[in-house]
Ligand binder design. Sequence first.
Ligand code: GLN
Ligand code: ZN
Length: 759
Amino acid sequence: LARTAVLGFPRIGADRELKFALESYWAGTSSAQELFAVARAIRAQNWQRARDAGIDVIPCGDFSLYDHVLDHIWALGAIPRRFGAIDRNELDDYFVLARGDESRKPLEMTKWLDTNYHYLVPELEPDQQFDLRADRWIKSMEEAAAVGVKARPVVLGPFSFLKLAKGLKRPLDLLERLTPVYVDLMRRLAAVGAEEVQLDEPCLVLDLEPGEIDAFSDSFEAIKRAGPRVALTTYFAGLDHDGLLERLLAAEPWELHIDLVRAPRQLESALRLASDSGARLSVGVIDGRNVWAADLDAALARIGAASKILGSDRVTIAPSCSLMHLPWSAAGEREIDPEIRPWLAFSQERIEELALLGRCAATDTATREQLLAEPRAIQSARRTSTHTNNPTVRARVGALRERDFLRSEPAPARRAAQHARVPLPELPTTTIGSFPQTPEIRAARRGLKSGTLTESDYIEEISAEIRRVVDFQERLDIDVLVHGEAERNDMVEYFGEQLDGFTFSTGGWVQSYGSRCVKPPILYGDVARPEAMTVEWWRRAQAMTTKPMKGMLTGPVTILQWSFVRDDQPREETCRQIALAIQDEVVDLEAAGCFAIQVDEAALREGRPLQRADQDAYNRWAIDCFGLTVAPAAPDTQIHTHMCYSEFNEMMDHIIRLDADVISIEASRSAMDVLDAFAEREYPNDIGPGVYDIHSQRIPAVDEIVELLALAEERIGRERLWVNPDCGLKTRSWAEVEPALANMVAAAEQRRAAVAIGR
Ligand code: GLN
Ligand code: ZN
């Protein structure tokens, strides 16, 4: 019979217990013992709920107090020298790696493949030594056994560990040294009774060089001989390119797990190859990354196909990946429209779906029909709901023509029209949008939500804050002002709350990193904008000044990327709907008299698919959606965009096609090097390279900024150069923002007075 397997659980607990326990431990208000007790309870709950559902293969060793890659660094003893004396028996030393202290910077953090989860980046040296401690896995096996679960340890594989690391020119050169450490680990796990190990190798789905696969194969050969059977686990993309599946199955894993949610087409070749090689196949048929109740018939069709070719006893039924990217349970979501609630599946519901699939696969047709009646009814209700089918939205998207994605005039004509409408000085100064989010602002927003503050009192409070922000900018003589975004909790949620097609959970938290959690909006239906979202605030702000006040919007790709989005149509289709809704706002801002409108696309780059083969299509539709959003703006309306990163080298074609009149980017930390990419391509539009790092509390000196501006002029000339920080100021305090911006303006003035460095 086919067995069922969970590949990993959420770690923060049903009510974010881990977050609160961590923060209280860090604050010194609770003990390590209390923290451990909370963690133990979360693990036990996860094991129990999987066991109660009747899941066959239950993971252990996937839990972490902070991050699983950090735990792996810790277990391998791969602690960077710069941390000095670190005692691996000390919990506080563990947290120093994650959070740093007065004298030590923490390990760098970056996104876990294409998810919004952040892992801590291993920092390795060419002569890196390892010193294995296997207790992380052994203890978790014992702990699971104590609640009656014989669990399968999850181990991050050596190939991915090295690919995720930094500090080495050729990280895989270390594989030869790391492999014996894994062999040792496998032996130790076997010695305490592990018959099977889940070896996670997500990095196998990346575009690989042939030599890299050779290195993997050699290492895997040794590891799989060490004792336990190895379930080689891949996710987030497919393996059916460049002969990768052939290569992996030739390495003869006991079982191979493939993600059929992201890459369904690989099933056919995987089955053919697995049937030849004798490997078992674990089919990831339900989504570990998204919150929609599964189409169980579609999943069963795949399970059936696998069973037919391999025999059901060589098939494992699984979610596409670990459930750590899902919230705990949708059962408590009372605030969500009762029509929509049953469409949702968080980790609890996913576990139940998995168990149900196991039962369906094992039973006769009549029983199966019975078991599937309710889930089928839910699927068909969702398919035919008016929420997912708004004819007006569909007609509007359907009627789009190529010209709807382009502005009416080319950049030079727009530039002239904009200069004529609002003459700005050389090196115009501006900011990215948000100003400090003070406790008072947060209290006001909470007050409005809970009803303790009336609407008019709220408007008054926020207006006072806008007044403060505007007066401050006028005092500094900044050229293009912002209103400060005091009314916004979050750049995506703020818009989602005002758009049709979005809903918000109360408990839908997922881990972002450590104790940080996010609650992504849930985009369930056709997106439309019932009424203007930002125009009133903009109008108020503009009335306070004669200088241009920027309108401030979040772009469609970023809204898409930071939400749980519907899975019943392509992402690009959903993105076009969002683009049209934001376009409505652009049109209304312009009609209200707004000269400069900024459309932030912070997530444009991170939305890019993992594999090169899919990236072109993504780039095309993502850039098109930005175009669609701003296309109707008149030539003399200045469209700004902002992107918070500085790797533009392989993005330049797309940035050029984006054709924003002004783009602000991160640049200060790389000494304006990022502008080389723009200079090389003779980027035709205006650029505002961030002149100081807002992520640091350091106040930049005037000289420093002057120097950066000179470096920027050297690369792109003065004519197209803007002066701004590298991101919004909402995480900074007024005490930091005031001197920093004053220095920024002073630096711009100094440069204006100096002879231009021409390009
Ligand atoms: N306008 C937003 C702000 O200033 C942009 C934030 C971002 O790019 N992450 O906060
Ligand atoms: Zn930013």
